[in-house]
Design a protein around this ligand. Structure first.
Ligand code: HEC
Length: 456
């Protein structure tokens, strides 16, 4: 009984309300009501999919780049919201109150949009309503283009080697040495010389019996040292290409070669976990630094040549007194082997790249880690400080080269273009470009600054 009563009441009030509505419409025909508008679409609006096609078809020819009728543009969110001469056409979040919708639904006495041609369909109006109700979503702001293709100003240098494992740039002359060899370790290895300013090959060192993993120039640029899978270190005269010395003694393959800053000593790292020091003039071993528990992968002399830093697969950097051939300290923190190191030009900061995919920045005076930089997805095989020490470039097994701002640890650039792992990186002395050597057999030269660099 009661139930029926309520029902009756309900239907009565319903009837009454429709009647009132009808009255209102009859009494004031120019006033509009949300109820007369097609309902807002119930989809989550995607600007490109739902809105852009409507505007393009029916509106842009008068409210776009070419014409701005009523000083109104519909080609940016900001302009759409701002309206034109009439103003206030969009009430954000309230499509039923927005004159914009009244115009397209033909519910404004004076203005109908589009003024000529086919009116919008109910479905289209519903989408525009949902668009306004949902806060006028626009296309996602284009993401900052982080991944860059190699700049067109320089194509890659194609080496004869099947992979490029080591790179070195001679001071002043602009000669780049690239070492490598065929994929199988015990197939011939070679070192190719390039002129970095023209991109032309300018020489080849005599072929070696196996892959030449590492290469380094003497500080004066006249000599070049190479380390190979054949456990041999060789020294060549750059101009003539003549072999000056073969230095034998390591028990396993050579991973890194590094001249001291005064050019007198050559330090070599090996899979045998030791470092050897050689007197270049005498072509003689002058000492072995033992202490690492695994392959030594990178070396750096301090500015005064009194200290040598060595990074190893055993996850540590060891600090050696060169004269006494004694370990005087270590830097620990990496969670996997250390592949690469770079000493800042002021000699105060060391950067290390590791198989733990991170880069660490070390304060050498305090022997302390000051920054951990994560971002690569695989081994960081190479790191290089820019000459001013403000940027650091890193190359990875993930095929990418990244450039970081040292002070903040923020990624500045990600350079995508190699088809395989990066093994080595060098900065050009002007700090504008980075040269990379890859497993894919190419050397690429990258613009690391924003502005374009015209070269080659
Ligand atoms: C053929 C040209 C033309 C087309 C197409 C057109 N408009 Fe307009 N629009 C005008 C003119 C002209 C005015 C100025 C008002 C008037 O004179 O009716 C105007 C004014 C407006 C205004 C008011 C802006 C303000 O604040 O001054 C809005 C909103 C608007 N148009 C939306 C649209 C939409 C949405 C479409 C597409 C569905 C559209 N127009 C298509 C010519 C056009």
């Amino acid at each position: 009984m009661q139930h029926n009563f309520v029902d009756t009441l309900r239907s009565t009030s319903l009837k009454w309300s429709s009647f009132a509505l009808l009255l209102a419409v009859i009494l004031s025909p120019s006033s509009t009501s949300a109820l007369e508008l097609p309902p807002a679409a119930k989809v989550k609006i995607n600007y490109a999919e739902h809105i852009e096609p409507i505007l393009k078809k029916a509106c842009i020819r008068c409210h776009g780049e070419k014409k701005q009728k009523s000083d109104y543009r519909l080609d940016s969110r900001e302009a759409t919201l701002k309206s034109g001469e009439i103003g206030g056409s969009i009430v954000l979040g309230k499509s039923a109150e927005s004159p914009f919708i009244k115009y397209v639904a033909g519910l404004d006495e004076d203005i109908e949009m589009p003024p000529s041609g086919d009116p919008l369909t109910d479905k289209e109006i519903g989408l525009l309503r949902a668009w306004i109700d949902q806060g006028l979503p626009w296309s996602e702001v284009a993401k900052v283009e982080k991944v860059e293709k190699p700049k067109a100003y320089k194509a890659s240098l194609k080496g004869k080697a099947e992979r490029v494992t080591g790179l070195a740039l001679a001071n002043g002359s602009g000669i780049l040495a690239a070492s490598g060899g065929q994929s199988l370790p015990f197939r011939p290895g070679n070192v190719t010389l390039w002129d970095i300013n023209t991109g032309k090959e300018v020489g080849q060192l005599p072929a070696q019996a196996s892959l030449v993993w590492a290469v380094a120039f003497s500080p004066d640029g006249t000599k070049i040292a190479t380390g190979s899978y054949k456990k041999e270190v060789k020294v060549f005269d750059v101009k003539s290409g003549k072999e000056l010395a073969t230095l034998a003694g390591h028990k396993n393959w050579i991973t890194y070669v590094q001249f001291s800053n005064n050019g007198k000593i050559l330090a070599t790292g090996s899979e045998d976990a030791t470092i050897k020091l050689w007197d270049i003039a005498a072509k003689k071993e002058i000492g072995t630094l033992a202490g690492h528990k695994a392959t030594v992968r990178s070396l750096a002399f301090s500015k005064d040549d009194k200290t040598l830093y060595s990074g190893s697969q055993d996850k540590t950097v060891k600090i050696w007194n060169v004269a006494e051939k004694k370990e005087v300290g270590a830097l620990a923190g990496h969670e996997d082997g250390i592949f690469s190191m770079s000493l800042s030009s002021d000699g105060k900061t060391l950067a290390t790249g590791s198989a733990d995919s991170t880069i660490r920045i070390w304060n050498l005076a305090e022997k302390k880690e000051i920054k951990k930089i994560a971002g690569h997805k695989n081994w960081v095989t190479s790191v290089a400080f820019s000459p001013d020490g403000q940027s650091l470039a890193s190359g990875s097994y993930d095929k990418l080269i990244k450039v970081w701002e040292v002070s903040s640890g923020k990624e500045v650039k990600s350079l995508d273009g190699h088809e395989s792992a990066i093994w080595s990186l060098v900065y050009t002395p002007d700090g504008n470009t980075v040269v990379s050597g890859s497993q894919d057999g190419t050397i690429k030269i990258w613009n690391t600054r924003k502005r374009k660099i015209m070269r080659f």
